[in-house]
Structures are given as C-alpha cells and as structure tokens.
Design a protein. Structure first.
Length: 184
C-alpha cells in the first residue's frame, strides 16, 4: 500500500518553511528551526504520531515562525490524508509530571479549535494547525502549573490522537459518505 506523503512549502515576507510529512512513517524526523522549543515540539509530534516529519523553518520572529509552521504542517497533514477513508476521530490523555492534558480531534474537514493552553504562542500554533488541517481540535488541560509541561503534554496527546485518527478504513465513518463540493 502506498504511503501517504505530502511536501508543502510556504514562503512569506516573514518566513520560509518546507515540511514533508509521511503519515505512514515510523516517527523519524529531521527538523531545523531557529526556535529550539518549536523544534523539540515538532520532533515530539513526529515521534508520538509515528509520522515521519522533515522540516526546515526560518522566520523573522517567534510569532511568525510558530504560526506559519502550524499553517504549513496542518496543510501537509490535510494533503496527506486526502487519499482515502480514515478512522477520523480520536481522544488521548497524556500526563507529564504536573501536567495532564486531553486532546480530542476529528479530521473530517470541519475546522474548529477549542484550545486550553497557557502559552499564547502555542495556543496560536494549535489553532493555526487545526484550521489548516481541516480538523476539529479540542485541547483540555485537566491540571498542571508548568507551562512547558502543559504544552509538551499537548503535543504528545495530539500526536497519539493523530496516529489513531489517520488509520486507514475500508469505508467512510459517516452517514453522509464522502462529501463532495462542486462549483467552489
């Protein structure tokens, strides 16, 4: 069976980003970014989702870089899953020291994001990611006081939920079958 791979480039006045995602991978990654925490979080997402992610990202500041990586990565995920029916929905809870975070998602091309995140930069990442991936995404912080642990637990839970949600199925998980739009 052919791997589901997407290669997306996004260049703006503020950023230059290239992302390749293989959602049928094994969690291998090669990530370069001017922001070491962002690099660590994308590597974490790769490992926990079992998606192979190659990314190079440069930006003029952390805000533009983190936002545009979310947009580019979300677009690549959406492109990679377009080839057939998937499980679609999943929920995962991760604990990391003081933090407990639950992520629930639906990859049904109905973008919505309800994000509980203490770091506004990563709140913005998750929202941009969900909108670009066409994903309904809920991140709920059950408890925690260390922002680093909360954000990292969120990426881990997102990765594990994505791994379940992108699993191939024989038919759509919907009473609507496949939704088709014409004249758009």
């Amino acid at each position: 069976m052919k791997n589901r791979v997407s290669d997306i480039e996004r260049r703006t006045k503020e950023t230059d980003i290239r992302v390749t995602v293989d959602i049928d991978g094994t969690g291998n990654y090669s990530v370069s970014s001017g922001n070491s925490f962002l690099k660590h979080m994308i590597e974490t997402l790769s490992r926990y989702s079992s998606s192979d992610i190659t990314m190079s990202a440069e930006g003029d500041d952390d805000h533009h870089l983190v936002e545009d990586v979310g947009i580019t990565l979300g677009t690549a995920i959406k492109d990679a899953v377009k080839s057939g029916p998937i499980e679609r929905m999943a929920t995962e809870t991760i604990v990391m020291d003081d933090a407990m975070v639950t992520v629930s998602l639906d990859m049904a091309d109905r973008p919505y994001a309800e994000i509980d995140c203490p770091d506004t930069l990563y709140h913005h990442f998750f929202r941009s990611f969900a909108m670009s991936a066409g994903m309904t995404l809920h991140i709920i912080v059950v408890r925690g006081f260390d922002d680093h642990h909360i954000v990292e637990a969120s990426f881990k839970a997102l990765g594990k939920a994505m791994r379940k949600a992108v699993q191939r199925r024989d038919k759509e998980v919907s009473t609507k079958d496949k939704v088709s739009l014409k004249g758009v």
